[in-house]
Ligand binder design. Structure first.
Ligand code: GLA
Length: 721
């Protein structure tokens, strides 16, 4: 367990995985990344022979080349022609030749100063491998943390300039590894706005497969992560590795199959819109990365990743805290609300048993539509008739918590903030702006902007009795050009993210009881960097229950359910125009952190009664969904007409089954459950019927849908003692 150094071998052992590195001739060679190898007698060597056109570091050994050795970081210009993980301009070139100098074992994990790091590292151990390039006068330290309770290893690296002159980083990835030649697939969570996190699986072929963002945010279309697995890996069997970045800005994640069939994975800040000037004596740290391993298929990989994120990434205070069931007024009213309307909605919310009332966009400045007022974070007293204080008091008096929407990284041209500080918007001075939703982005790379926003929001959160914040970000960055030089502008995107983390770290530390939910037009920044501060994400602006199935399914590949907001919305659905029964809308939203986003005041008494029953039921099963272990049973993607998910928690089991389109004359699906105790008995709460675990897992249960308006079924079992 933990770190062990034997001769020239470094063993990084997590619960069930090992990373083994060998130091040879000053180079660090990757010997193994996979299933745990507990014995310390590792002697595996790569077959060495003279490969044409590969570089050799010494003239006396034509068989040794970095081009054919497996490595844990890759340098530019030394005869390894695969993708490098670092590229540092020093003098007139970008060649570095780092050689091993020393190693250290550190108790606990690492804590990055201005970037998110895993927490709860008391039982962890960290290996620091220090390398130096005496010619370029640089020191590179690679850190690897092994956790006793999980099969995830965390990593990052720091680069120190020991010389007298600046160097410029053009690439500095957070993690890189080479795996032996084989048949691999790569899985990514991709999509678009309103179609986030759908699973894509491709065969790895010679060349590069890459997902990346140049939007200034991780984006809706990709997730800063990839999963590599053996081509035959399924949910239940086979090897899989997940690499994930704790970063919310421009990233790259790629897999490269070399001419010899070996496979390299790389993950870190994107090269596009990135360079970093590192003056003499200073250090640059990469964002942290996570590597999770499973040799029991993708379900186990997901469970390991979900566990790690819930226990080591989500803020401790909220990681295992059941989340309030909310009502959000956005799809209920959009901008068209009055104080009376809000209070009517809150009253209905109280009556059906909801717990948190969220006031979305439109409460501040001159914000009557989405063309103006971003940056003016003061209450529109006229619209709220009497102000926020009394509104919050009235809502609290109903026994509801109060939440508020903010979009603090933005500025509208029509705003008081823009009048006072037009230069605070990201822009190329002298050129016209590029708009998106008619708004501009504030330059969080500018310390004055960061200080201003921090102060304004600190004041707002101190003054009002707020229980929850929805932190939105509704456009991406264009026309970067606030730097005094090209190089400074190249540093702007990363500085922006550092500024953002500074603000949100400050606010979450100073207002620790507020539950923050991150949002970027839904899942436009649904990444681990944000999750380290904000324990919940609005997964998509698409609130259609059927469209949500693949989004929630994809999200489960890496993220814990407790991080995902899921709302019941009106029919016809506002994005898809689809009509889905209320029962099914409830069943799907109950596979996440349940909320409601529709005008309760316009519903019939029967519908309100049904919602009250859903809420009462969710309160019973909430710990199963938010704290339990998840199993994917039927994949709703690629034209499938069904979806099914199971959660197990202590003695309880919850199964949700959805049939998307009605079909006639087919046999009902027999669903086989997972992760139960064979000899235990489970009582189905709906009917009182009792089944053995073996029967539920091996014979399965027939998913007959009830007569009438039903597309779905939810089954709640309790294990009999
Ligand atoms: C974004 C969010 C929505 C809502 C609106 C408000 O689109 O994703 O949920 O808050 O902004 O303008």
């Amino acid at each position: 367990m933990g770190i062990k150094i034997e001769n020239n071998l470094f063993y990084i052992n997590s619960k069930e995985s090992s990373l083994i590195i060998e130091e040879r001739g000053g180079y660090l060679l990757l010997k193994h990344l996979g299933r745990k190898i507990g014995s310390y007698h590792f002697s595996n060597t790569v077959c060495e022979r003279d490969h044409a056109f590969s570089g050799n570091p010494t003239p006396d050994n034509r068989a040794f080349s970095l081009d054919t050795q497996r490595q844990i970081f890759g340098q530019h210009g030394l005869g390894d022609f695969r993708q490098p993980s670092i590229q540092i301009q020093n003098g007139n070139n970008a060649v570095t030749d780092f050689r091993f100098a020393e190693s250290r074992i550190i108790k606990g994990g690492f804590e990055l100063e201005d970037l998110p790091s895993p927490h709860s590292t008391e039982d962890a151990e960290t290996l620091a491998l220090v390398l130096e390039d005496s010619f370029a006068q640089l020191r590179l330290t690679l850190y690897f943390t092994a956790f006793e309770d999980s099969s995830t290893i965390a990593s990052y690296s720091s680069l120190e300039n020991l010389g007298g002159q600046s160097v410029v980083l053009h690439r500095d990835l957070s993690f890189m590894a080479d795996l032996p030649a084989g048949d691999y697939d790569v899985l990514t969570l991709q999509g678009s706005y309103a179609r986030e996190k759908t699973v894509r699986r491709h065969r790895v072929e010679q060349g590069i497969f890459k997902v990346s963002s140049n939007r200034g945010a991780s984006g809706h279309a990709q997730t800063p992560a990839l999963i590599l697995c053996d081509a035959e890996t399924t949910e239940n069997a086979g090897q899989a590795w997940a690499v994930q970045l704790l970063y919310s800005g421009n990233f790259q994640a790629w897999v490269q199959e070399s001419q010899l069939g070996e496979v390299r994975i790389g993950l870190g800040i994107n090269d596009e819109n990135f360079a970093w000037e590192l003056p003499a004596g200073q250090t640059f740290s990469t964002p942290a990365a996570l590597v999770t391993y499973s040799d029991q298929g993708l379900t186990k990989l997901s469970q390991e990743s979900q566990y790690f994120i819930q226990h080591h990434i989500l803020p401790k205070r909220f990681a295992r805290k059941e989340r309030p069931i909310l009502i959000n007024n956005w799809e209920a009213t959009y901008f068209d609300f009055t104080r009376e309307k809000l209070l009517d909605l809150a009253e209905e919310a109280r009556q059906v048993g909801l717990e948190l009332f969220v006031l979305d966009d439109g409460w501040f400045g001159n914000r009557f539509d989405d063309n103006r007022a971003l940056g003016d974070w003061f209450v529109n007293e006229k619209k709220l008739e009497g102000g926020l204080e009394t509104l919050i008091a009235d809502i609290h008096a109903k026994g509801l918590k109060f939440g508020l929407w903010l979009e603090p990284e933005m500025i509208s041209v029509e705003s008081q903030l823009y009048k006072a500080h037009p230069d605070w918007a990201i822009q190329v001075p002298g050129r016209d702006h590029t708009y998106s939703r008619n708004q501009l982005v504030l330059d969080y790379a500018n310390p004055q902007v960061v200080e201003h926003i921090q102060q304004v929001l600190d004041h707002l959160l101190s003054r009002y009795d707020i229980d929850y914040i929805k932190w939105d970000m509704n456009r991406n960055i264009t026309k970067l050009g606030n730097g005094a030089s090209y190089l400074e502008t190249q540093m702007q995107s990363h500085k922006y993210i550092l500024g953002l983390y500074q603000v949100i770290r400050y606010l979450t530390e100073h207002h620790p009881d507020i539950l923050f939910e991150s949002c970027s037009g839904g899942g436009g920044r649904n990444d681990l960097g944000m999750m380290r501060y904000f324990p919940q994400v609005w997964a998509s602006d698409n609130s259609d229950a059927i469209a949500r199935l693949p989004i929630q399914y994809g999200s489960s590949y890496l993220y814990p359910t407790i991080s995902m907001g899921a709302h019941v919305s009106a029919v016809p659905n506002h994005q898809m125009n689809r009509i889905t029964p209320l029962a099914t809308r409830g069943h799907v939203a109950m596979m996440g952190n349940l909320g409601y986003e529709l005008d309760l005041t316009s519903l019939s008494p029967e519908e309100k009664e049904q919602i009250a029953q859903q809420i009462a039921f969710y309160k019973k099963i909430r710990p199963i969904v938010q704290l339990g272990q998840q199993y994917r049973l039927i994949n709703p993607e690629s034209g499938s007409n069904e979806a099914a998910v199971q959660f197990n928690y202590e003695e309880q089991v919850l199964v949700t089954y959805v049939r998307i389109l009605s079909v006639f004359e087919v046999m009902e699906r027999t669903l086989k459950l997972k992760g139960l105790e064979e000899d235990a008995f489970y009582e189905l709460q709906e009917t009182g019927a009792v089944y053995s675990g073996a029967e539920l897992m091996y014979a399965g249960l027939t998913m007959a849908l009830p007569e009438g308006d039903y597309l779905s079924r939810q089954l709640h079992f309790i294990r009999k003692s």
